[in-house]
Design a protein. Structure first.
Length: 332
């Protein structure tokens, strides 16, 4: 049996960095999210070989190249089915899916819904800047109706998706929102998402310094609307827990409590403009995770998960015994 030396090693954030050239634009929020992921893995002391990051296509989807773990750069909008498959094949992995709002809520939105309803134990980090940054700034699914960023010839003609509400309807049991320039807070959210037993969705607001000239760093920070008395900026982003917000729906919660918490969630998820909440909106412990439901049907699932099974001998020949199958076919 191989000896896992991971517990004796003290990992630092630098251990999760690669030497790959990073070509994100200066000032991009992607850098803050990348740092938060690396710091979180170091905080949790998860060995790099125990982590796999999946991504689709886009600026943000390059993140697997910059984190020293296993990384899978998949197809446009297809990171979630890959992530779900990997987690079910090897439940011991820490699985993170990452990508942009265009990748995840445009072509990938069907996978977003199905990943949520299964409640597989993985974390999905969505980089949300309102534009398709890699393809010259077209309006993404999250850009609000009537907003005209500098690359659009006319104001956006579509209403934007509220991904927090969509995540709730799909069935994600951990729903949070962070801000890319608040790395300390974001790393806390990512850690809580990874520790949560079920599907965790973390929407991360971030400026695109090249194509989104509306929701900029100064806009989020409130530099355009300073207090007339003090001259200080009035940030638009505020933390939910500052107002005593409680996201937890415990395992034994009754219908009345659940309805109350969901109502409060919807109220906060709808806030935008001058007041944009960040933090954990929902942590629902009443729904069993998908792997737990599988284990109820396949009793040895965790001990003999697909990734643990021998599928070929030393010569590459299959070890599967299909005798019973072929006998059943002949009888039929």
């Amino acid at each position: 049996m191989a000896i896992d030396l991971a517990p004796t090693i003290q990992y630092k954030a630098a251990d999760y960095k690669t030497e790959a050239h990073n070509d994100w634009c200066p000032g991009c929020g992607d850098f803050g999210i990348l740092s938060a992921v690396q710091l979180t893995l170091a905080d949790m002391q998860i060995a790099p070989h125990r982590v796999t990051i999946f991504a689709g296509i886009g600026c943000s989807s390059k993140i697997p190249h910059f984190v020293n773990t296993y990384g899978i750069h998949t197809l446009h909008g297809r990171s979630l089915p890959f992530a779900v498959g990997a987690k079910l094949a090897n439940p011991e992995l820490t699985v993170i899916a990452a990508g942009g709002d265009g990748d995840g809520l445009g072509i990938g939105v069907g996978h977003f819904v199905n990943a949520g309803r299964r409640n597989v134990d993985f974390t999905y980090i969505l980089f949300d800047n309102g534009v398709y940054g890699l393809t010259k700034g077209q309006a993404s699914p999250t850009l609000r109706l009537g907003v005209k960023t500098k690359s659009l010839p006319q104001p956006n003609i579509n209403e934007g998706i509220n991904s927090l509400l969509l995540a709730l309807a799909a069935g994600f049991t951990f729903i949070a929102r962070g801000y890319a320039y608040d790395v300390k807070h974001l790393r806390e959210l990512i850690r809580m998402g990874i520790e949560h037993k079920g599907s965790a969705y973390i929407n991360v607001l971030q400026p695109c310094p090249t194509y989104n000239d509306i929701m900029t760093k100064d806009w989020f920070g409130g530099d355009d609307r300073k207090d007339p008395q003090t001259g200080k900026a009035l940030p638009r982003v505020y933390k939910l827990n500052q107002n005593g917000y409680d996201p937890l729906i415990g395992k034994n919660a009754g219908d009345a409590e659940i309805q109350s918490k969901i109502g409060r969630f919807i109220e906060k998820a709808m806030e935008w403009g001058d007041h944009i909440p960040v933090g954990v909106f929902l942590k629902n412990e009443t729904v069993p995770s998908y792997d737990a439901r599988i284990a109820e049907r396949i009793k040895n699932y965790f001990d003999a998960a697909p990734a643990r099974r021998t599928i070929a001998d030393a010569e590459g020949k299959t070890t599967a015994d299909l005798t019973a199958f072929f006998e059943e076919v002949r009888v039929t």
